[in-house]
Design a protein around this ligand. Structure first.
Ligand SMILES: [Zn+2]
Length: 292
């Protein structure tokens, strides 16, 4: 038996109202913490200040409280912790596992299309590595000329430092070990010229700082977990266990659209549904068994 207290978290981005799909994720973390007498933390992933709004942050907290999904301790707002991300970024830079990428979205798309016949079908949408081998002089010149850039993780270099990695998935049938394969996402963006953290870096740092022991989130983020495991190894951070849950789908088996206003908690509440009824809908498992 482990004596480590279970710490879970729910980490929405305040770019809209709380949605039934969010509640599914929150519920997974909340229940795991309840079951084990642990803690359920709340974090607002608001590093992208152009898309996040305070009014949504306030509404998310209100809706969670109304649903009874109460959290422990203060809410962590990523926008208040850029210094912590900056320190992690500096460490990665010192390890020479990052490189600046000056490509525009369009250039990346065109390059992927050109390499369309490459044998790695799975890495079809991953960044093709155009800027990985730019000379130091070439990089300096572009920076001097004020080009925008993103800092990408040089995956091959990173894996050469970490060696093979694993993480534990807490599946329905018990925990099992998964081998890390970050190749499908490729050399992901870790930071930008004006922003010391991407989603991947901020989440990895936050989970460690908040002492999260079990990350519960949708199965659409399973590939990101491979990247986060690499970052944990590079930064010497602990590795939580993970539970990737099925995404809610409609009666036809389609993933619920976050933009579907009818499925915000606000609308459902206005429509007369009680917290218990909404929680019951969010908890439905199995494809196609969700709300119509
Ligand atoms: Zn590039």
């Amino acid at each position: 038996m482990t004596s480590v207290l279970t710490v879970t978290r729910f980490a929405p981005s305040p770019t809209g109202y709380l949605h039934l799909g969010h509640v599914r994720s929150a519920l997974e973390g909340w229940r795991a913490a309840q079951r084990d007498g642990g803690r359920f933390l709340l974090r607002l992933e608001d590093i992208d200040q152009t898309r996040c709004r305070d009014e949504y942050a306030t509404a998310i907290l209100e809706d969670l409280a109304w649903l009874g999904l109460t959290w422990d301790g203060p809410v962590r707002k990523q926008s208040e912790h850029f210094d912590e991300y900056r320190r992690a970024l500096d460490r990665l830079e010192a390890m020479a596992v990052l490189y600046p990428c000056f490509c525009t979205r369009r250039e990346i798309r065109d390059e992927i299309a050109r390499a369309g016949s490459a044998p790695h079908a799975q890495s079809g949408s991953a960044y093709p590595g155009t800027c990985r081998d730019l000379s130091p002089g070439g990089r300096d010149e572009k920076r001097r000329n004020g080009f925008d850039y993103a800092l990408r993780l040089d995956l091959a270099r990173a894996l050469a430092l970490t060696g093979p990695l694993y993480w534990v998935e807490e599946g329905e049938s018990g925990p099992h070990r998964k081998r890390v394969d970050p190749a499908p996402l490729g050399d992901v963006v870790i930071a930008r010229k004006e922003m010391p953290a991407s989603y991947h870096l901020a989440v990895t740092v936050d989970d460690a700082i908040q002492g999260v022991t079990l990350v519960t989130r949708g199965e659409d983020l399973a590939a990101a977990t491979d990247v986060h495991r690499v970052l944990q190894a590079l930064l010497g951070l602990p590795t939580p266990h993970y539970r990737h849950h099925e995404l809610l789908t409609d009666a036809a088996g389609r993933r619920l659209a976050k933009r579907d206003q009818a499925l915000t908690i606000r609308s459902m509440r206005k429509g007369g549904l009680s917290p218990t009824e909404i929680i019951a809908q969010a908890a439905l498992t199995g494809r196609g068994s969700g709300p119509p």
